[in-house]
Write a protein that binds this ligand. Structure first.
Ligand SMILES: [Zn+2]
Length: 114
């Protein structure tokens, strides 16, 4: 698939599995995406799917700051700026935890020696 393929949103309905909205390049691959969501083999459901095109896929919005980022159809997560912030926070928390573990070990060692 070329990187410039236009993505659309499709509503895919199945009598047993209900309705999902997926992002895809066309109706056929939309049923494939829906089968993945339902966790069933595509061949079992493809013939029973009803596909409705909803429109052009929107770019995802960041879960944290709600700004748009990336490409249409990218999974919804965090924008690069928020990823940086979250990453830095995680590293700080890891360092803090590591320091505390070190202190605990040191204290236990001293207690044993007393
Ligand atoms: Zn963000």
């Amino acid at each position: 698939m070329s990187g410039g393929a236009k993505l659309y949103r499709f509503e895919v309905s199945h009598p047993d599995y209900g309705t999902v909205i997926v992002t895809s390049i066309g109706p056929d691959s939309a049923t494939n995406e829906a089968a993945k969501v339902w966790g069933v083999p595509w061949r079992e459901v493809a013939g029973y799917c009803r596909v409705t095109k909803l429109g052009t896929a929107a770019r995802p919005r960041c879960r944290r700051c709600h700004s748009e980022y990336g490409q249409p159809g990218d999974p919804k997560a965090y924008c690069p700026a928020c990823l940086d912030i979250l990453d830095r926070r995680r590293r700080e928390a890891d360092r803090y935890a590591a320091e505390n573990r070190g202190r605990d070990r040191e204290r236990r060692r001293r207690e044993r020696e007393e």
